[in-house]
Each structure stands twice: as structure tokens, then as C-alpha cells.
Design a protein around this ligand. Structure first.
Ligand SMILES: NC(=O)C1=CN([C@@H]2O[C@H](COP(=O)(O)OP(=O)(O)OC[C@H]3O[C@@H](n4cnc5c(N)ncnc54)[C@H](O)[C@@H]3O)[C@@H](O)[C@H]2O)C=CC1
Ligand SMILES: N[C@@H](CC=O)C(=O)O
Ligand code: NA
Length: 443
């Protein structure tokens, strides 16, 4: 039988991972599929650099020629960005190619239109590598858990962010120093603000929620907060209270609607997710029949991500001769059964909270603060008052009133109430800085 031919768009971290795996495991993969799969062409920006990899394939800078090449069966996109990736994928689909992409930004924002185009043309579009790198989470949600009504999923889904938080906590390294290393290791996005501001995690959460709950992609509905405001102080205070800070994605179905949010979170240190470190990702998925299930593995990096992309290639090869109607639907549900869900307003999210305040070290300050909580009916779980901080130089006749950091942990409460409490606390003349607020999940 004729080999199946692959064309790669982009030969960077992920593209090279795909090329290496297809070459090294060619025989193993052929034993699994009964077909020989060959990477024959790659479109790149820098031809000389790509040729120096000695892959023995055709290298071109004309990506359009690759997606319209009649000798290519499957197009794998690992170049990133919107333009020209989106138009290239549309061309590939229009030319009847099966399409595989690692580009979560593209799928989260333009997935609905790409899926429609692929369905009309009868080709597959697959994106396992776009979510949580090497972890087969899309496969698990689409196939392994398909008997379940999935109720919620919670995960650490950005490798760069988790690497930064872990190194800050374990080795006392600075944010910028660890981010630079994550970039060198090929974990970070081309624009690393996607990683540190939570946008990459929001892309992945939007994709997982669609597959889990059977709704069209709704990236704009994801509440997004990153880790760039997390300080060493918060990491240390959290540890003193028995917690670790992780960046979590949470998708939950509730009676009133769906909650989609990504943000830093305090997790009790004994929990599994609190112990997922470095570039590793982990996702807990709760199905009504199976209960909680856990998926763990490398969330970024060349071969872990390549592993997921090659798995998608293998799936596509297995489907080459199948009637499109018999394929697993792209988002796990029949396209005409995808229903947009009501998104909960953030004021209706529920969580416990860690609050860090800086107050003048004067009698009665703590009582005023706790009174605000009492009046709003918010219960306090723990209070930690730290040593006073002297903030400036004293002249001979002045008396400085030092600042005291106060850490409060609340019980679970509606987010709208916490916002009101923070507004009232910040309005006190004894409070000297904006309040830091981090959600707490006991999972
Ligand atoms: N690095 C990782 O661990 C992971 C990356 N991804 C996704 O995979 C995609 C690629 O990421 P990386 O491999 O890390 O990026 P990269 O920057 O290492 O590689 C991208 C390659 O595509 C090439 N390229 C970009 N625009 C091009 C164009 N117009 N024509 C031809 N070549 C072009 C670049 O020159 C570069 O060599 C992104 O969408 C990213 O979000 C997904 C999961 C993990
Ligand atoms: N930049 C991403 C790469 C994989 O998706 C991450 O760090 O997780
Ligand atoms: Na994956």
C-alpha cells in the first residue's frame, strides 16, 4: 500500500519533535497502523536552518504550496499564530487534506469555523497536542469518558506557568529568571505573556470545556487571570498556612450555568494537584459514572507535544478510508447537538479566598477588618499577622507607624461578596496598599 504522506508547517520545537518521533518509531507505528507514514515536506521560515537538521525531506519557504500539494495526505500545523496559520489550514481543508494542529490559540478562537469547514469537506481536524501537551486528555474526554455526563474538570494546564511557580517555591528563584529558562527549554509561547497572563490556559480550558460539555468553543467566556502578580511573599505565606499556589483552569457545570475560569489558586499541600511540579500538567475530570479521574504528564516540550501530534496522525491514518459519519465527532458530540451554555457571571462564582492586606500597626485595625467580614456574613478560617515592616527612613523627631501584613483565609463564599469586602477594606484609612486576593480550592 502507498505510504501516507505528511507535510509539516513549522519545524521549531514541536515540528522537530514530530519529525524525530516519526523517524525513530516508524517501524513501531507501522505495526500499529498497517501503513507506512512518511514525513515528506516541511514549510519553514529559515530554509538553511531547517536543512541543517538533515531530515532528508523537502524543505520549502512556500507554505501555500505545501497545503495544496496533491502528494500530501495530512497537514500538521506547528507554526503557531493566527496569520497565516488560519488561512493555510482553510486551504489545506479545501484541498481535502486531513489537518492536525498544536495551535490552541487558533482552535480556541477560530475552531468553530474550522470544524465546520472540515465537516463540510469530510476531513478530520485534530488537536490533541494543543491541550496539555503529551497528556491524551482530548482522547480521554472524547472517547474514554464518553459514557459519562462530565460535571467538572480542574487542571494545571500551562507548563511554563507551573515551571515558574514550582521553581519560585522550591528554589527561591525569581519569576523573570525562571521564565527565561522556560523560553530556552522551548516551553513558552512565542509571546510569553500568553503563558504568564493565563491566556494560553484559557485557550486550553475553552477547548476542554467544549469537548467535555458539548458546547461550541466560547473562549471569550473564560475568566482569565495569570501568575504575573504572584510574589515570593504570597508563595511563602501560603506555605506557612499549609498551601501551595498553582495556576488552575476550572470548568464546572452548575444548575445555573457554566463556570470557566483560569487563575492562581491556593491548594492544600497534601492534594495531588499541589504536588504537580515543573513543566508537568495534571487534570482531574469528574464524570457522573466514573467519579474523579486524573491525567498527568508533560504539558510542553518537543517530544511530549510531538507524541500527541503523532497520535493524531495515527488516528487520522486509521480513519482515512472510514465513512466520515462513522468518525468520533470532533468535539465528542454530534455537531448539531452542540448547545451554547449560559455562562455564570463571575459574581456568582464560589470559592474560598486568601487575602493579603497591609495595615498600619495600630490598635483596633484587625477588629475593623473582621467587622467588615462579619457584617457581610463571610466566615474567616484563619488569620496570620506578620512582623511589622518599617517602610522608610526616620528623621530624628518623627515616629513611623510600621505596616503589618495580615493574611486572611475565608470560608467558601460568593465572589460578589468578597469583592464588596475588599472594596470596604481598601477604603479604610489604615489600609496602605491594595488587597491581594487569591482563590483557594480544596479540590
Ligand atoms: N512548545 C511547546 O511545548 C508547545 C507548543 N504548542 C503549540 O505549537 C505551535 C508551535 O510551537 P513551537 O514549536 O513551540 O514554536 P517554535 O517557535 O519553536 O516553532 C514554530 C516554527 O514555525 C515557523 N514558522 C512560523 N511562521 C511561519 C510561516 N509563516 N511560514 C513558515 N514557517 C513559519 C518558525 O520559524 C518556527 O521555526 C504553537 O501553536 C504552540 O502554541 C503546543 C503545545 C506545546
Ligand atoms: N506554552 C505552553 C506550551 C504548551 O501548550 C505551556 O507552557 O504549557
Ligand atoms: Na494533549
Amino acid at each position: 500500500m502507498k505510504p501516507v504522506t505528511i507535510g509539516l508547517l513549522g519545524l521549531g520545537t514541536v515540528g522537530q519533535g514530530v519529525a524525530n518521533i516519526l523517524t525513530r518509531n516508524a517501524a513501531e507505528i507501522e505495526r500499529r497502523t498497517g501503513r507506512s507514514i512518511r514525513l515528506t515536506r516541511a514549510a519553514v521560515r529559515n530554509k538553511a536552518k531547517a536543512e541543517a537538521l538533515n531530515l532528508g525531506i523537502d524543505i520549502t519557504t512556500d507554505a501555500q504550496s505545501l497545503v495544496s500539494d496533491p502528494d500530501i495526505d495530512i497537514v500538521c500545523e506547528a507554526m503557531g499564530g493566527d496569520d497565516p496559520a488560519l488561512s493555510l489550514l482553510h486551504s489545506a481543508i479545501a484541498n481535502g487534506k486531513h489537518v492536525i494542529t498544536a495551535n490552541k490559540a487558533l482552535i480556541a478562537v477560530h475552531g468553530n469555523e474550522l470544524f465546520r469547514a472540515a465537516s463540510e469537506k469530510g476531513v478530520t481536524i485534530a488537536f490533541e497536542s494543543a491541550v496539555a501537551g503529551g497528556i491524551p486528555i482530548i482522547k480521554a474526554l472524547r472517547e474514554g469518558l464518553t459514557a459519562n455526563r462530565i460535571e467538572w474538570l480542574v487542571g494545571i494546564i500551562n507548563g511554563t506557568g507551573n515551571f515558574i511557580l514550582s521553581e519560585m517555591a522550591e528554589k527561591g528563584r525569581t519569576f523573570d529568571d525562571v521564565l527565561a529558562e522556560a523560553q530556552e527549554l522551548g516551553y513558552a509561547e512565542a509571546d510569553p505573556t500568553f503563558d504568564v497572563e493565563g491566556i494560553d490556559a484559557a485557550h486550553k480550558l475553552a477547548i476542554m470545556a467544549s469537548v467535555a460539555f458539548g458546547m461550541p468553543l466560547q473562549f471569550d467566556a473564560v475568566y482569565t487571570e495569570g501568575i504575573s502578580q504572584i510574589t515570593r511573599e504570597d508563595v511563602e505565606f501560603a506555605e506557612e498556612l499549609g498551601y501551595r499556589i498553582k495556576h488552575l483552569g476550572v470548568a464546572r457545570r452548575r444548575k445555573e450555568g457554566v463556570e470557566l475560569r483560569v487563575h492562581p489558586t491556593l491548594i492544600p499541600e497534601r492534594r495531588l494537584l499541589a504536588n504537580v511540579n515543573g513543566v508537568m500538567n495534571a487534570i482531574v475530570v469528574h464524570g457522573d459514572a466514573v467519579g474523579p479521574t486524573l491525567y498527568y504528564g508533560a504539558g510542553a516540550g518537543s517530544e511530549p507535544t510531538g507524541s500527541a501530534m503523532v497520535a493524531d496522525i495515527i488516528d487520522a491514518v486509521r480513519c482515512l478510508d472510514a465513512d466520515p459519519a462513522h468518525r468520533v465527532p470532533t468535539l465528542a458530540f454530534q455537531p448539531d447537538a452542540l448547545t451554547p451554555h449560559v455562562m455564570l457571571d463571575t459574581a456568582n462564582y464560589q470559592s474560598a479566598y486568601y487575602l493579603r492586606l497591609h495595615a498600619l500597626d495600630q490598635p483596633g485595625v484587625l477588629a475593623t477588618v473582621t467587622d467588615i467580614f462579619g457584617k457581610l456574613g463571610i466566615s474567616i478560617e484563619a488569620i496570620l499577622q506578620k512582623e511589622p515592616e518599617m517602610v522608610g527612613e526616620l528623621s530624628d523627631d518623627s515616629i513611623e507607624v510600621p505596616n503589618v501584613p495580615i493574611i486572611l483565609l475565608t470560608r467558601r463564599v460568593r465572589e460578589g461578596l468578597i469583592e464588596t469586602a475588599i472594596e470596604r477594606i481598601e477604603a479604610l484609612s489604615t489600609i496602605t496598599q491594595p488587597v491581594t486576593r487569591i482563590r483557594v480550592e480544596s479540590l
